[in-house]
Design a protein around this ligand. Structure first.
Ligand code: GDP
Ligand code: MG
Length: 599
């Protein structure tokens, strides 16, 4: 293959700026998919992605483009997610590319994740092509956005394509810019020992583990014996190909190319995304640079509703981990919920998505506890321990001090919301750091605050205060001491470990009373009275009571009400699936994450 004709690139953007729509137009224009095959946002293949309109998993596709210079080019387009939780996936896909298309919404301008993604692209030495999208909208302000990109990011926008991914306007300009601006991998050497980066993987029933790879040097073909440099495992390559986006078998991949390989691998733990593949017969000496491994920030316990499903759940986690190496988990047990796993996630959305995938793709019924961060606890006996589960916090008299993770939060917002957003940050224990100017309408508000406070509904509040216009990103800055206590919840007199939370003493009473109120709403009446109490140590700080339901009510229904009653029963049966019997009380799933919805 003529390597001067290869272009490997990603599309990066703040969420909703039109990355997936642009990818669709590119596929259409290059006739990679016919109009008939075209489903909107083709690269967003996971059900959850389509429903939520977000891109979670990266996906790569090979396409052919006949440029204005009369030459045929081969593009590898790697789609990336836009949400801050998934920046790990972004850095993975960028490591496989030479260039990135930076999509900026002409009505919104540069936002928090525009910048975060640009930094990742710069880290990977990529050529960045700014593209201004949504110019079909009346509120598009192309000049202002160009200025922002030039001032804040420092990219020249004088010949940036001005497009509408929706209507298809000027998409060709983007393709031509890819040809003329993004470097070809033409220094890639086919004769060198094989070095290929694994940037994604998933499990296929027939093929075993399928790995997405970028070949940096050498050639890989069917029949080769490959070696995974980190685990040392060796396998014979059974299939090699590309995605167009259909799976196409090519038999081999050369230096500079992006594609997939399978090797009848059933041992999932041998495969690490980020690892380098080499040829066992002629191995490379050094692996490729991996990329920055992200550390989980948020932990929660996940348990199968049906305790017999523990094994299925375990296998499902192993398979999901294969395509999402940022997920971590280890077994844990809860008095209330039985056997499950404590799972670590990059953020809240990541947590929700994994739970949803586990349930849909593996047909499981799961209960998740409220998320928690990792606390460092210094004990009076000189030991220090790390706590990822509030229920495990030792008694207060054994604790010298507790430290919690703090993050530096950058909120990008139109000027008019600054006052309200500052109030929000203040109530979240934020420490004001800075107010930066982007242009005469936009500001960046900078605060340090506990990560735990970001988890507790920060995102929704920020969006509602700013009518959706503000965005934020955060970065861990380290651990700091805080005055924290454990609050327990007692249901019918029994402590429910899955409800325990660690709170700032400043919030303890307030959150205790809000949480008991919320639980009262969420837990259905039982045929006996159920007290709900919030306790710090032995001290009860709040109490509510769920009244018993009156048995006679149901018998008083008239014939006309029968169908209504039946519907009610059906509904209850639906709800039952998500109920967990704790002691003698039935508790719905919502109750375990109620704490997230407190004010
Ligand atoms: P992503 O999150 O960056 O992948 O963004 P999407 O491609 O999912 O687009 C977000 C929303 O913006 C969708 O509702 C698109 O239909 C819409 N959109 C994308 N490009 C354009 C455009 O050029 N013009 C208009 N009017 N809407 C667009
Ligand atoms: Mg998308």
């Amino acid at each position: 293959m003529d390597k001067s004709k290869i272009r490997n690139f990603s599309i990066i953007a703040h969420i909703d700026h039109g990355k997936s729509t642009l990818a669709d137009r590119i596929l259409e224009l290059t006739k990679t998919v016919t109009k008939r095959e075209m489903q909107e946002q083709l690269l967003d293949s996971m059900d959850i992605e389509r429903e939520r309109g977000i891109t979670i998993k990266l996906n790569s596709v090979q396409l052919e483009y006949k440029a204005k210079d009369g030459q045929e080019y081969v593009f590898h387009l790697i789609d990336t997610p836009g949400h801050v939780d998934f920046s790990y996936e972004v850095s993975r896909s960028l490591a496989a590319c030479e260039g990135a298309i930076l999509v900026v919404d002409a009505t919104q301008g540069v936002e928090a994740q525009t910048l975060a993604n640009v930094y990742l692209a710069i880290d990977n030495n990529l050529e960045i092509i700014p593209v201004i999208n949504k110019i079909d909208l009346a509120s598009a302000d192309v000049e202002r956005v160009k200025e922002q990109i030039e001032n804040i990011i420092g990219l020249d926008c004088s010949d940036a394509p001005l497009i509408s991914a929706k209507t298809g306007l000027n998409i060709e300009d983007v393709l031509e810019a890819i040809v003329s601006k993004i470097p070809a991998p033409d220094d890639a050497n086919d004769q060198a020992p094989l070095r290929a980066l694994i940037f994604d993987s998933y499990y296929d029933k027939y093929l075993g583990v399928v790995m997405s790879i970028r070949v940096r040097e050498g050639v890989i073909k069917v029949g080769d014996k490959l070696r995974l440099m980190a685990s040392g495992a060796e396998y014979e390559v059974t299939e090699v190909g590309v995605k167009t986006p259909k799976i196409v078998k090519t038999g081999s991949l050369e230096a500079g190319e992006v594609g997939w390989i399978a090797a009848s691998i059933k041992t999932i733990k041998d495969i690490n995304v980020g690892d380098t593949i080499t040829n066992a017969a002629n191995p490379a000496l050094e692996p490729l640079d991996g990329y920055k491994k992200m550390k989980p920030m948020v932990y929660c316990g996940i348990y199968p509703v049906d305790t017999n499903k523990y094994q299925d759940f375990k296998e499902a986690l192993e398979k999901i981990e294969l395509s999402d190496s940022s997920l971590v988990y280890e077994p844990e047990t809860s008095q209330a919920l039985g056997f499950g796993f404590r799972c670590g996630f990059l953020g809240l959305l990541h947590m929700e998505v994994i739970q949803e995938r586990l349930e849909r793709e593996y047909n499981l019924n799961l209960i998740a506890t409220a998320p928690s961060v990792i606390y460092k606890v210094f004990l009076t006996n000189g030991e220090d321990i790390v706590i990822d589960n509030p229920a495990k916090l030792p008694d207060p008299q054994k604790i010298l001090r507790i430290e919690e993770p703090f993050v530096n939060v950058k909120i990008t917002t139109p000027e008019e919301y600054i006052g309200d957003l500052m109030n929000l940050c203040q109530t979240k224990m934020g420490v004001y750091k800075d107010l930066e100017y982007i242009d005469n309408q936009r500001r960046v508000l900078v605060y340090d605050m506990p990560l735990a406070e970001i988890i507790f509904d920060f995102f929704n509040k920020l969006k509602s205060i700013s009518r959706g216009y503000a965005s934020f990103e955060y970065e861990l800055i380290g651990y700091k001491e805080s005055k924290l206590v454990k609050m327990d919840i007692l249901l019918n007199g029994d402590m429910v470990d899955a409800f325990s939370m660690i709170v700032n003493t400043k919030f303890a009473y307030n959150r205790g009373s809000q949480l008991t109120k919320k639980l009262k709403e969420l837990i259905p009446r039982q045929n006996f009275e159920v007290p709900i109490q919030a306790a710090i140590g032995n001290k009860i700080v709040a109490r509510e009571t769920i009244k018993a339901y009156r048995k006679d009510v149901i018998w008083k229904l008239h014939a006309a009400d029968i169908s209504r009653k039946k519907k009610l029963f059906e509904k209850q049966k639906e709800g039952k699936k998500r109920m967990k019997e704790i002691g003698s009380v039935e508790v719905p799933q919502e109750a375990f994450i109620a704490v997230l919805k407190l004010d």
